[in-house]
Ligand binder design. Structure first.
Ligand code: HEM
Length: 897
């Protein structure tokens, strides 16, 4: 067992308590596997599996960006994520999202749950994924892609060709293709409920998808049928990509499942930099569940409730006679008053997971408030007379009695979010005060899933009751789903943690017969209180209702915090060392970083640690709680953002803000700008937006290594060039000032030593922008190729223009050829020696020494047919010739020199 409590406790319950007593109901819509809870022809289990793949598949494993990060919630309209199933999957999971269970962890767990519900292997689930707060890159494989682009895409995700085949087969053993989304693959009107399944067993996780493909009986619409005509038979392209070697090795069903366990785990464990995954989640043998201490009897006793859950998979619940809890008092000793230090309990209910059963032993005991409790151990007594002690890996199970959420005196209204929290704080801890951290959900306009927010509210000290003092606060939980909020009640280092608001209930009951302060025994000496704090059940109840009521009670409170007065303890720090706060600032607009210097990510980020990291830079900024960026200038594309956007506390200090998703908490130096006297050393910047540095590359003599667009400016930076070339797969900066773009690099360019690229960028003294005849070359692997273009130079020829042409009278009429390999290069080579060559209709090539008079020059946008031999180049059009002219002899000789 992990040592309890552990960060995986919540996910462990969601994963394993799927049926019967205390079921978390996570598997309800995917179990049985044939469950079509979202409508006919839609197996939810298949939809869950596809959701995980679509969220992951835009990952960039080179840059450690993306992966299973929940960014899919913002990407439903990109055109790559067709079909209602991705959205409904995330909507189903939304209520399970919490500070201990991110959407991305739930999507990962959905793979375990759906695969297991369909009879597949138990895919190990690690926890710790963080949810993106905005969309990521595009790049989900689409059926029309070529084999090579599938390979490129899976390489980008970190998968080999073999793994690409395996994981696709493992996904496509469930569900089908829907005519509504893919009418060119499944003709409307065919199939069952608008769907044709990917193998003969639509709701069984087995290798039929492979065996049917191999023996030719497959009806998989991604292998046979209309998809073949329109080149959308993706499964055929994938499975056949190594001559069926990989699929042949999957003809044994057990092997298939074993392989799927491995590749599906690999799929869900693709995560961005900054995420550390836990060990795989296993069910506890023995686990305390839903423990709660509550101050009762006017403050004289602590009611102790909850369950001990025992895994009974191998033995059955009947094998256990009883469970005994032996606890230590507040001082860690075994004096516990008249009731003694042991609590004995017998089974109340059982629950099941896919592979496990559990028995629940309820705790309903009273502990003296004067002696209290600090820890316990658990003894399981078996029916056969043997027993076993569980001591939480030698640590004993901790149970603090310093601060308690008083459920009976707390209440929440789902309609308005009006929350009243009462906490009991042990008198010796009162000076530490009390506060609550509420984590709650607010709707997002750009996502079907709400976003997790948090707020801290201070509690106000009220009456003393025996050994304890009551604290309260009223607050309105924003966002409209108050019941899904979780509350941590804090007193210094002590926390009564992760209480579900729905368990708090809708009614606040008064604290009866409070004992006088310090009086923990004997009859009550104080008059009974009449706290009339039941917030109205009417939907229009204002959050302040209960505070008004509180002022009329005889249990006088000093003050009661209303929602307006709630004091979030997180702040924007005005100054950090020699830096002052600029504002909240946009980052990563169009994929470009506002600050282009070094960055780092650490879980315990604070403003001070980021400042130290960025020492010597004019700016630093923290983002997304854990990221830190430095720079000497702010990129033009970024602008000031509303201060409220920066709402994430720092990973290492919850009292200060560290930006948010794509929002920098931006600080600027108060010292003289360093720009005049650079202190940092210039670098070859490794990543610029989505582009990664390829290296320093030679420029061509005569032509250009990147030939499709170019610009230059005296304040050139790599960021500026990346933005200019944003459509293209490659960009390169040269000679400090020049910027070139291209969807491919000319074949005769070569890699050069990095030191050759030694020119500082015109607009950035800390970065190199190529050198003389040297490009700092960058590539964005997500861009499969830019817009096809007319290359401006081809060998010794330059583009002359787009001319009319017809079979009756050819513009260039001395020699001709045609073919499916046609490119402008092929034609140039064919026409060598002629003054002109021209390409037409994607595949034709003409040569001549003059352009015939009949031919008229047209706008070059009339020559827009893609060359048959290179999809990134244009080769004329119908009756339109892309004409190239040989360079003048003197240009040729000078550039050859
Ligand atoms: C080359 C890679 C892939 C391509 C081109 C591809 C394409 C497709 C297409 C076009 C559909 C039909 C969707 C619909 O009509 O609702 C589909 C369904 C599906 N895909 Fe993939 N896929 C690929 C890889 C994967 C992988 C790796 C997985 C998961 C491991 C996966 C899981 C699924 C599932 C479960 C379905 C059925 C969905 C349902 O019935 O609602 N796919 N895929």
């Amino acid at each position: 067992d992990p040592t309890w409590p552990s960060s995986i406790d919540e996910l462990e319950e969601i994963m394993f308590q799927t049926k019967s007593f205390r079921s978390r109901k996570f598997a309800d819509t995917v179990d049985p596997c044939s469950n079509e809870a979202s409508g006919p022809g839609r197996q939810n289990a298949a939809e869950w599996l596809r959701t995980a793949f679509h969220d992951m598949s835009t990952a960039n494993s080179f840059l450690k960006r993306g992966g299973l990060d929940g960014s899919l919630q913002y990407e439903l309209n990109t055109g790559e994520n067709k079909g209602p199933g991705l959205k409904t999957t995330m909507e189903f999971m939304a209520p399970f999202i919490s500070s201990k269970s991110s959407l991305s962890d739930l999507v990962a767990m959905g793979v375990y749950t759906s695969v297991r519900a369909c009879g597949g292997p138990a895919v190990p689930i690690r926890a710790g994924r963080k949810d993106a707060t905005s969309r990521g890159s595009i790049g989900v494989p689409q059926p029309q892609n070529s084999v090579q682009s599938f390979r490129d895409q899976f390489t980008r995700m970190g998968f080999t060709n073999e793994e690409m085949i395996q994981v696709t087969a493992c996904g496509h053993t469930l569900g089908g293709v829907h005519s509504e989304q893919f009418p060119e693959i499944v003709t409307p009107g065919t199939g069952v409920d608008g769907q044709i399944s990917l193998d003969g067993t639509v709701a069984v996780f087995d290798n039929r998808v492979v065996t049917e493909y191999l023996d030719g009986t497959t009806k998989n619409p991604l292998v046979v049928g209309p998809s073949v005509q329109v080149d959308r038979h993706a499964d055929f392209k994938v499975y056949n990509s190594d001559g069926n070697v990989t699929v042949e090795a999957l003809t044994d069903n057990d092997t298939f499942k074993e392989v799927c366990k491995t590749v599906l785990q690999k799929m869900i464990d693709v995560v961005p930099a900054g995420v550390t995954l836990s060990d795989p989640i296993k069910p506890y043998e023995v686990k305390p569940v839903a423990l709660q201490l509550t101050l009762v009897e006017g403050g004289r006793a602590l009611s102790f409730t909850g369950y001990i859950r025992v895994r009974t998979t191998e033995i059955g619940a009947d094998a256990i006679e009883n469970v005994v809890i032996t606890y230590k008092n507040r001082e860690g000793e075994s004096q516990c008053g008249t009731n003694g230090c042991t609590i004995t309990t017998t089974v109340q209910g059982v629950s099941q997971g896919f592979d496990d059963t559990f028995a629940f032993f309820p705790i309903e005991a009273e502990i003296s408030a004067s002696t209290g409790v600090s820890s316990f151990v658990i003894t399981v007594n078996y029916a056969d007379g043997t027993s076993e002690e569980f001591d939480n890996n030698g640590n004993t199970y901790p149970l603090q009695d310093a601060v308690l959420l008083q459920m009976p005196q707390s209440c929440v209204l789902g309609s308005s979010g009006a929350l009243t929290v009462t906490a009991a704080v042990r008198n010796d801890r009162v000076s530490e005060g009390a506060s609550i951290d509420v984590s709650y959900k607010t709707p997002q306009t750009n996502s079907p899933v709400p976003r997790l927010m948090s707020a801290s509210v201070a509690l106000t000290e009220g009456d003393c009751a025996g050994e304890y003092t009551l604290f309260t606060a009223d607050w309105a939980i924003p966002g409209g789903s108050a019941y899904e909020a979780h509350i941590d009640v804090k007193n210094g280092d002590y926390v009564d943690a992760f209480k579900t608001a729905v368990d708090v209930g809708g009614t606040c009951r008064q604290f009866e017969n409070p004992a006088s302060c310090g009086d923990s025994g004997g009859p009550s000496s104080s008059t009974s209180a009449t706290v009339s704090e039941t917030p109205s059940e009417s939907p229009s109840a204002e959050p302040t209702t209960s505070s008004t009521a509180a002022s009329t009670t005889t249990v006088a409170r000093t003050t009661t915090t209303s929602s307006e007065e709630a004091t979030p303890t997180v702040q924007h720090r005005e100054a950090v060392g020699g830096y002052r706060l600029v504002s909240c600032w946009q980052d990563y607009e169009n994929g470009i970083r506002a600050l282009s210097g070094p960055m780092n990510v650490q879980d315990d980020m604070t403003l001070d640690s980021c400042m130290s990291f960025c020492d010597g830079y004019d700016y630093f900024g923290t983002e997304y709680s854990v990221e830190c960026f430095c720079g000497n200038s702010l990129h033009d594309s970024s602008k000031e953002a509303p201060m409220d956007d920066c709402d994430m506390p720092c990973g290492g200090d919850e009292t200060e803000y560290c930006g948010s998703g794509n929002r920098l908490e931006l600080y600027s130096t108060t010292a003289t700008r360093t720009t005049a006297t650079p202190t940092a050393t210039p670098s070859h910047v490794e990543t610029v937006g989505d582009y990664a540095l390829v290296g320093c590359w030679t420029e061509l003599h005569g032509g250009r290594a990147l030939s499709q667009a170019s610009t230059a400016s005296s304040d050139m930076t790599n960021q500026q060039c990346a933005e200019y070339c944003g459509q293209y797969r490659y960009f390169g900066t040269e000679y400090g000032l020049e910027c070139y773009c291209g969807s491919h690099v000319a074949t005769d360019t070569e890699s050069a030593p990095l030191e050759d690229c030694d020119k500082l960028c015109g607009g950035d003294d800390y970065a190199f922008c190529g050198g003389p005849s040297r490009l700092s070359l960058y590539m964005n692997p997500d861009i499969q190729g830019g817009e096809p273009e007319q290359p401006l130079t081809v060998g010794n020829y330059t583009f002359e223009g787009c001319y009319t042409d017809s079979s009756a009278s050819r513009a260039l009429d001395e020699k001709r050829t045609a073919g499916s390999e046609m490119t402008n290069e092929v034609c140039a080579a064919f026409c060598e020696g002629f003054a002109y060559f021209g390409t037409e209709y994607g595949q034709e090539c003409y040569c001549g020494n003059e352009i015939k008079e009949d031919a008229q020059e047209k706008d070059s946008d009339e020559c827009i047919m893609v060359c048959k031999g290179n999809v990134f180049e244009l080769c004329g059009d119908g009756n339109r010739l892309s004409v190239y002219k040989r360079k003048e002899e003197e240009i040729l000789s000078s550039s050859d020199a």
